[in-house]
Ligand binder design. Sequence first.
Ligand code: NAD
Ligand code: UD1
Length: 341
Amino acid sequence: MNILLTGGTGYIGSHTAVVLSQLGHKVVLFDNLSNSEETVLERLAQITKQQFPFFNGDVRDTDLLKNTLADNSIDAVIHFAGLKAVGESVAKPVDYYANNVQGTVSLLQAMQAQHIKTLVFSSSATVYGQPQYLPLDESHPTCATNPYGRSKLHIEEILNDVAISDPQWRITCLRYFNPVGAHESGLIGENPSGIPNNLMPYIAQVATRQRTELSIFGNDYPTPDGTGVRDYIHVMDLAEGHAAALNFLTQNLGWHAINIGTGKGYSVLEIARAFESVSGIKLPTIIAPRRAGDVAECYANPVKAKELLKWAARRSLNDMCASTWRFQQSAEKRENSWTHE
Ligand code: NAD
Ligand code: UD1
């Protein structure tokens, strides 16, 4: 298949590009580089021994998208492009609705114009809001607790309307839990600019001494060790989940929402200990107040993915920490070599 990845040079998009190209698909990347760098393309070429066609553009540019879809004979789109920082979304809701919701509407217009009706969308477990029961299955009520989450929920609903309006559409909303880790080469991974919001990249920066200590946001949750529990999923498992979703859509019409998680939760302390064990580095930690908006526990019921996509996560917590550590060390080496050039 010829597949367009919007947000293709980003964290999850780049890993998915590797998996899809290794399965023999032609992969085309489209990104405005607002949260990624063009150098990812060189590293993707190093991993796959292939050059990916790349278009530097904004998904809100419908004409550019139309031309990109037509010129590359695209059969299906995976839509990763969007903004994803919860705190920032509270401060800048208009940017979030513009990039995420308006960007998706623009993509749908371009796809409709080119009669392309197969789409995988990057949704999030955040659409479940405060869990009413665990594990979270896809029938759990949805609820937005911030503009980022609301943008994901709006998009899911828009996509459902589109699928109802025209039964030829094939749409899967993948509700990711907590993606972490990196490609085994250490060449691509998650490299947030500024202070990381999420646990794993923060830990990685404490391990390389870019940050002095890890603040554990609360140790008085009703969880086994008092710290927050999440369903961390290796980004390569997640990438393979996208290949499985595309495969599923070749056989199935309509709109589908599917969890992408492991079904197992780990606490902040368990993650920190696992990282210490693979890196051999002791992480300085302090107990800080709870972070506003955090829930005690969140983990997936992954049965629907197993049944429909024939996919299940297979990599361990050890793999997640080891690949993060490998990427962090190689990213640091690259940065040092640029500084000394
Ligand atoms: P990322 O920021 O690394 O990748 C997103 C890419 O989209 C970036 O390369 C950015 O430059 C690009 N982009 C943003 N706005 C754009 C626009 N208007 N036009 C063109 N390109 C644009 O993020 P990621 O972690 O790879 O996330 C990918 C998707 O998955 C996002 O939609 C995100 O909301 C969703 N998601 C991520 C997580 C996570 O923890 N990483 C969890 C759940 C859902
Ligand atoms: C966050 C987002 C969520 C998004 C998800 C994607 C918030 C409130 N939620 O969720 O919408 O879908 O990322 O990955 O931002 N922690 C610490 N110290 C840190 C960082 C995190 O103790 O420095 C704890 C958190 O309290 C939480 C766990 O680590 O218990 C995981 O945090 P994080 O990686 O930010 O993910 P989520 O909170 O699940």
